[in-house]
Design a protein around this ligand. Structure first.
Ligand SMILES: C[S@@+](CC[C@H](N)C(=O)[O-])C[C@H]1O[C@@H](n2cnc3c(N)ncnc32)[C@H](O)[C@@H]1O
Length: 235
């Protein structure tokens, strides 16, 4: 494992894209309910519950870094019109086969374009942690714009700051890249973007863990709030 905070973003994305092409089935094997780290469908159902309860049926929902579509896109398609975005061709091919009721786009989440005020909810579970840290705040501003007023954003990010490349990830002979600030810094970024924090939850994993945030785009923009209402923010 190497600490590489200054890795070229283009190289980082290439590592992530090829890495996920290789480990898609190792991470989420076919016909099992657990991923390689032991999180099962019930964990995801619990994390998604606020969206399933609060977002109006039939809303557009965006899953950034959707992986193979299991379990999140599948859990959401009964109720919502789901669009999944993933950088890995293999993940998107699997998702299209496994969740035919959703729409999937192979793209880098930092480059994909959507209209303002078009999603009732956006989720990004265990995926923003693969986006170079310096690209995360501009992406948060875009997510804020894509959400309808009152829309929800659910994200699982890191807990401690770390950027770097790991060799032989999941024993697969491929590299993987991660990049994330600590959870307090990330919460500050969410607030400065204009999100209201509804929930913060530590999710343990081995000797460390991740942090889940559920945040809302306020229905009415308050004076001085960035990105609120229909105002556009600069990136
Ligand atoms: C750990 S998997 C999580 C998959 C799914 N969200 C879940 O929770 O099971 C991370 C996913 O993020 C995708 N990803 C990483 N960087 C991305 C980027 N810049 N744009 C789109 N997808 C990305 C990877 O290809 C991978 O499928």
């Amino acid at each position: 494992m190497s600490h590489a905070p200054s890795i070229d973003p283009h190289r980082a994305k290439t590592i992530v894209r090829h890495g996920w092409d290789h480990v898609s089935e190792l991470y989420r094997p076919p016909n099992t309910s657990k991923d390689a780290f032991g999180h099962d469908f019930e964990d995801h159902r619990e994390w998604l519950e606020p969206l399933l309860k609060a977002v109006p049926r039939g809303s557009e929902v965006l899953d950034l870094g959707c992986g193979c579509g299991i379990p999140d896109a599948r859990l959401l398609t009964d109720r919502f019109r789901v669009t999944g975005v993933d950088i890995s061709d293999v993940q998107i091919d699997r998702a299209r086969r496994l969740v035919p009721g959703a729409r999937f786009v192979r793209a880098d989440m930092t480059e994909v374009i959507f209209s303002d005020d078009s999603f009732g909810a956006v989720l990004c579970l265990y995926a923003l942690i693969h986006v170079p840290t310096e690209e995360q705040r501009p992406l948060l501003r875009r997510i804020h714009r894509w959400l309808v007023p009152g829309g929800l954003f659910l994200v699982i990010t890191g807990t401690n700051a770390w950027s770097g490349v790991e060799d032989n990830w999941l024993g697969s002979n491929v590299e993987m890249f991660w990049s994330h600030p600590d959870a307090a810094t990330f919460e500050g970024w969410l607030r400065e973007t204009g999100f209201a924090v509804r929930k913060r939850l530590f999710i343990p994993e081995g000797s460390s863990g991740h942090t889940l945030f559920l945040v809302a785009k306020p229905a009415v923009a308050l004076p001085g709030e960035m990105g609120g209402g229909h105002r556009r923010t600069s990136e």
